[in-house]
Write a protein that binds this ligand. Structure first.
Ligand SMILES: *Cc1c(COP(=O)(O)O)cnc(C)c1O
Length: 373
């Protein structure tokens, strides 16, 4: 049994995700919804359902297990597993549940072919190429060998192909994006002349928004679906300006009290009051995925105003300064992300204090219980 100890409430606005998907489709090509890792913490099944209503016909998850879960929920769309096949069970499940695995290793091809042949089956796959990320995928040097292998093994049928961009969100690395795009287009030409006409995708969110050159037959949108602007803080900031964040995270206030001048607060006495203050203790801490790196740095939104974190973030509690905020009381609500009015906290604000990226903020906070609207 899993014991519920979380106090955070995560609200997901599915209409914001649908709005963001429509923006990403404006370029006129097919957009896969990347919903790996529980849709970046936003809820795998619910997000798939919302995107399906906007006409999405392809979903990309991480593991085959995630794909199976999505298929079992009744979804009939195409499902891609970006992490590919990690063992034989993945191979069986990919066949059984009609999942298209990303394949970037000959070991995966051999493992899959022995499972598929033993069952007298066929399977569709997506070829994955490394053009500069140096993470997963066949290299361009392996192309001839790969083509030979595929011709000799018609039970393994490639229908998609892809590569992943390393720097599409950074104006200083436009050349790197260009080089990846060139190498991928070379690979596509070679595949085509060998008789493989595949649906190719290269662009992630930032690629879709900024780089014309990387928009191919299909694109793979992740972070922008959830309303974080992958271009924020760059000269391209405005291009992602219409995206709407979909996640709001709040918790209850467990105590409001005075902190007298000269008194310290929380572990290690890292904060000492320079005047008489009022503090609120909110039910959020690193056990909820609310990082300890926010100690003495982060802010929350209470009654539409900003309250700064004072002292260290604890396991399930955090203290904030509410001296200048009226009407704060026991049982009230503090927003860690979102909120109302001028104090509203954006994903970029929170990721900045946290010294990370919005992706990580969503994934960690999204592990708390969610409600949907
Ligand atoms: C996560 C992921 C994406 C989506 O990237 P975003 O930057 O979130 O849009 C696309 N392709 C692959 C292979 C990924 O792993």
């Amino acid at each position: 049994m899993t014991i519920e100890y979380n106090t955070l409430e995560v609200e997901i606005d599915l209409s914001a995700i649908r709005h963001n998907y429509r923006i990403l489709c404006e370029k006129g090509t097919k957009v896969y919804g990347v919903i790996k890792a529980d849709a970046y913490g936003h809820g795998l099944i619910e997000v798939a359902d919302a995107l399906s209503k906007e006409g999405a016909d392809t979903f990309a998850v991480g593991t085959v297990n995630e794909a199976v879960e999505l298929r079992k929920s009744g979804r009939g769309e195409r499902i891609i597993a970006l992490l590919g096949l990690l063992n034989e069970t993945d191979c069986f499940n990919a066949v059984k549940y009609n999942v298209i695995p990303f394949i970037g290793e000959f070991e995966q091809l051999e493992m899959l072919s022995s499972v598929v042949s033993a069952q007298g089956q066929k399977i569709e796959i997506s070829l994955k190429f490394d053009t500069g990320m140096s993470r997963l995928g066949f290299s361009v040097d392996e192309l001839d060998q790969l083509i030979d292998w595929l011709k000799a093994n018609p039970q393994i049928s490639p229908v998609l192909t892809s590569s992943h961009l390393a720097t599409s969100d950074d104006p200083a690395y436009e050349d790197y994006v260009g080089a990846q795009a060139d190498q991928f287009s070379h690979i596509l030409k070679e595949l085509e002349s060998a008789g493989f006409e595949l649906e190719a995708s290269l662009a992630n969110s930032a690629g879709i928004l900024v780089h014309d050159k990387v928009r191919l037959m299909a694109q793979r949108a992740g972070i922008a679906l959830y309303g974080a602007n992958p271009l924020s803080g760059t000269k391209w900031n405005e291009i992602g300006g219409r995206l709407i964040p979909a996640m709001q995270v709040s918790t209850k206030i467990a105590s409001v009290h005075t902190l007298k001048k000269g008194r310290s607060i929380s572990y290690g006495c890292t904060y000492t009051a320079e005047k008489d203050m009022t503090v609120a203790i909110v039910c959020a801490g690193y056990a909820d995925g609310y990082s300890r790196s926010l100690s003495n740095t982060g802010q929350v939104c209470i009654n539409g105003k900003r309250a700064k974190i004072v002292g260290r973030v604890c396991m399930q509690l955090t203290a904030v300064d509410v001296t200048d905020i009226p009407d704060v009381s026991f049982g009230g609500r503090a927003y860690l992300l979102g909120g109302e009015g001028e104090g509203k906290i954006s994903p970029d604000d929170l990721a900045g204090w946290w010294e990370t990226i919005t992706y990580e903020v969503f994934c960690l906070l999204g592990q708390n219980p969610k409600t949907f609207k």
